[in-house]
Design a protein around this ligand. Structure first.
Ligand SMILES: NC(=O)C1=CN([C@@H]2O[C@H](COP(=O)(O)OP(=O)(O)OC[C@H]3O[C@@H](n4cnc5c(N)ncnc54)[C@H](OP(=O)(O)O)[C@@H]3O)[C@@H](O)[C@H]2O)[C@H](O)CC1
Ligand SMILES: [K+]
Length: 502
């Protein structure tokens, strides 16, 4: 799915109106009907609940007027509150004229705010994608009042006060919604941790916006759904053999962190690599052979860390990092790998920390390498803390462009930046996956997909990120959030990949 800017969203509305020979009022009614239906069918409003619909001066407010009218007609207890404004949008004015006699909107002011009981529902239709500056005066006072009320808050399109794709100054008033009901496509703001408390759970309501226009709108950021990935993992041909799916080499493990090597190895096996060889320090030999008998084990001469790079000739892809440690000799192995590798690389954990501590190594990164930092590792990699989540995305793009690599930023809605600066956000996963070893599993899975001979670097990365989160989602009913372990993710990699197969 494309993540459009507010200007692109406006253009899409207009194009839809032209393409479908409809009017902006009719489109507004579609949007408002979708919100009304969601409130009735998903929130299961009951007739005793007090519903406060708060409307701003633009089309977001217009949506609210129609929702209020719909609910009033259906017999619900609706209170309608309007913000004072010098100008209203034409559609707002039109909808205001359509209000039934029993539903008069009352204007609020900073000293006259509505009484909102904790058991009430607030429909926030103050501002949507047309927000042009931070909220002040009556709007800010009403938003703070709503946030303090304890009522259930449902935001129409956007939580009011939040920008769709840019940071707002600290301390400005933003609605803290329980649910945000957005039309057709998500907004970038919904995917960033700093906005989670404002957006709440978000849902997309289809309103029949023109698909051809969406298709023709150029964007450089996407929210990647299962529908878009399904079929992209080639089916295994009947006469395939283990050589068909590549031979992966993993360099992982150090004293006390051999489990990371095990998890990444298991994930690589479950990710479908034809053969997996794992290089571990000598002390890891028994551990790996017992816990991953399907993999081959190459031991390093050193007991506790990796000090020598094996011959790379047999391998189709190399992964390095899980549990690796940052010993000087290990760093030399990393340098040698970056200098000599002719096959795809996946770099994680301590390999990234070494790249951060010795930035000259970054110049050696072969193009199309895949790096998988979490935000702290990413900060070490770029050597500068991000001002906010938007700035971090800029840094991610810059890094991918500068190194000509694919760089992941792990988290809820894990982001991937491609060398051309395009951003892709993953749609799967759950908070139970924030657990030790989860990243090692991702590395192993991505390594398997990079060893696959028929996947582009981008497709391999997107499939891997999706399948990793989906495996966690499939494990969740069996484990619960707290009980979800990295090894549970491994168990469900196979079923998650099966869903994506052509
Ligand atoms: N396809 C769709 O997504 C559809 C969306 N719809 C709904 O329309 C809104 C967008 O409507 P728009 O009128 O463009 O914008 P808003 O309603 O968000 O607000 C614009 C008005 O608010 C004023 N404004 C902006 N910022 C502030 C502020 N901080 N304080 C006070 N007033 C503010 C703005 O005035 P300007 O001075 O900036 O001109 C406008 O008057 C979208 O979010 C959906 O809810 C359609 O209904 C259907 C299709
Ligand atoms: K809103």
């Amino acid at each position: 799915m494309k993540l459009l800017s507010p200007a692109q969203t406006r253009a899409l509305d207009q194009a839809t109106i032209r393409a479908q020979y409809t009017t902006s009022t009719a489109l507004m009614e579609r949007a408002a009907d979708a919100v009304t239906n969601w409130l009735l069918n998903e929130l299961l409003l009951d007739y005793d609940t007090e519903i406060h619909v708060c409307c701003g001066p633009g089309n977001n407010g217009g949506d609210g007027l129609v929702v209020a009218r719909n609910l009033h007609r259906a017999g619900y207890r609706v209170h309608l509150w309007l913000l004072p404004a010098a100008r209203h949008s034409p559609d707002f004015t039109h909808q205001q004229q359509q209000l039934p006699a029993g539903l008069a909107g009352q204007q609020i002011s900073p000293n006259q705010l509505p009484a909102i009981a904790a058991g009430a529902v607030v429909v926030d239709a103050l501002f949507g994608t047309g927000l042009s500056r931070p909220l002040e005066g009556a709007a800010a006072a009403l938003v703070r009042h709503i946030n303090d009320s304890g009522a259930m808050v449902v935001a129409v399109d956007m939580p009011s006060g939040l920008y769709a794709d840019a940071p707002q100054p600290a301390d400005c008033a933003v609605v803290r919604a329980d649910f945000t009901l957005s039309f057709e496509l998500p907004k970038l703001a919904f995917l960033l941790p700093q906005n989670a408390g404002f957006v709440g759970d978000w849902r997309l309501l289809p309103i029949g916006l023109d698909q051809e226009v969406i298709h023709n709108t150029a964007v450089d950021r996407f929210f990647v759904t299962a529908d878009e990935l399904r079929g992209q993992l080639p089916k295994r041909p009947k006469f395939s053999h283990k050589g068909t799916f590549g031979h992966a080499l993993l360099l992982a493990g150090s004293k006390g962190k051999m489990g990371a090597a095990v998890l990444a190895t298991q994930a690589c096996l479950c990710g479908g690599a034809g053969l997996v060889t794992t290089r571990v320090p000598a002390a890891g030999y028994d551990i790996l052979q017992i816990s991953a008998p399907e993999a081959m084990c190459l031991t390093d001469p050193d007991t506790d860390c990796i000090t020598e790079l094996p011959d790379l000739a047999p391998y189709d892809a190399v992964g390095i990092g899980p549990g690796l440690g940052q010993h000087d000799d290990t760093r030399m192995v990393l340098r040698q790998l970056l200098e000599t590798a002719q096959v795809p690389l996946v770099l994680d954990a301590d390999a990234l920390n070494l790249l951060g501590a010795y930035p000259d190594l970054q110049n050696l990164l072969p193009p199309n390498s895949l790096l998988t930092p979490h935000p702290k590792e990413f900060e070490r990699l770029v050597g500068e803390p991000a001002r906010d989540d938007y700035h971090r995305l800029d840094q991610l793009r810059d890094f991918a462009g500068r190194t000509r690599c694919y760089c992941v930023l792990k988290g809820a809605y894990t982001a991937l930046a491609a060398p051309d600066g395009t951003l892709y956000f993953n749609s799967t996963g759950n908070p139970g996956m924030a657990t030790g070893g989860s990243g090692d599993v991702l590395t192993g899975l991505l390594l398997a997909l990079r060893a696959h001979r028929h996947l582009s670097p981008l497709t391999a990365a997107l499939l891997g990120l999706h399948a990793h989160g989906r495996a966690g989602d499939l494990a969740l009913p069996h484990t619960g959030h707290a009980g979800l372990l990295a090894s549970d993710i491994v168990r469900f990699i196979g079923p998650a990949l099966e869903e994506l197969m052509g």
